[in-house]
Design a protein around this ligand. Sequence first.
Ligand SMILES: [Fe+2]
Ligand SMILES: [Fe+2]
Length: 400
Amino acid sequence: MNCIQKISQDIYWVGGNDRRLERFENMFPIPNGVCYNSYLIVDEKTALIDTVDVSISALFFDNITHVLNGRNLDYLIINHMEPDHCGNIEEIVKRYPSVRIVGNKKTFQFLEQFYDYDCKNNYLEINEGDKLSLGEHQLKFYYAPMVHWPEVMFTYEEKEKILFSADAFGTFGALSGNIFSDETDFNTVFLEEARRYYANIVGKYGGQVQSVLKKLSPFEIKMICPLHGPVWRKNLPFILEKYDYWSKYKPEKNGVVLVYASMYGNTENVMNVIASKLAFKGITDMRIYDVSKTHPSYIISDLWKYSHFIVGSPTYNMGLYYGMESLLRELEALQFQNRKVSIVGNYTWSCKSTAIMQEMLSKMKNIEIIGKPFELKSTMKREQEEALENLVDEFYQSII
Ligand SMILES: [Fe+2]
Ligand SMILES: [Fe+2]
């Protein structure tokens, strides 16, 4: 049975949800599932904007067959050539052999890399700013490289002023019937997941996101249709501003993420003491995470949100505890920047963790280390209280 939604007079949502998938990209846990959006415009000509993941192909073809109601599919626009959106191209060509596949040079290069079938005769190669008329609806195509792959483009529909934005403005989380963000209590249901999606999936490409936001600024946009998550038709400045902050690596809030590795609870203990001291001084909005317990994507998401963080880790095998090392490596890969941090290192016979954390953090742009790293030998002792107090003081001063 088809399951479609009408998002405007002639435009239908023909996507679907996957609530069974454990990990997006086989990496990121998605406890609330994910949705794959695809949109079908019915005019003198018909155009499908992106397809969906193969996990929901059966429903997807029910949907488009229902909306087309016996008509042919004239165009398939490929804004993004990642397999979660383009797993159904071959079947589309089989069912609608005259369909023109609209993409840029890179789109077709990736299509041929991923899939073996030959549909070259169906290609309609476009360039930046090219236009395609469907009748009343006019589509214009704009490159959005590295948001989040190099072939990505945005499609702008001029009549209804709708932006089809590929992965941009998307989020983890399946839809619960309501297709529009203003129907979803977005801040409670989706915002954390939208940030986690952005930071982990697109986070590295802040500069490219900024370029695309600049390119979009002269456009009048009444609706944003991303490939994941709800459609935006109200309060667009809200999500545009979030993207502006996230892509500038600008914290949304003053607050502290304390993230530690701890084998026997001693580093953890110091992190709790620090958080209590900061709370006593009046600092609010603190989050404490154990790298061995929480998936890094959640920690990274909160690091993206807050202004300050503290890392604490024991030395392990004469190096850094693996979970902490991997988290810092990920942050470096994501070009994480513009934050203030303090360091807590622990060791029993040879302290390596402090220096390694210092070195890894120093490779990140505009990460300011506050105070003298605090080191404990196995456990914190009473005589170290003053040193810890001093570090907490300095850290506190950097927040207020
Ligand atoms: Fe993608
Ligand atoms: Fe995607």
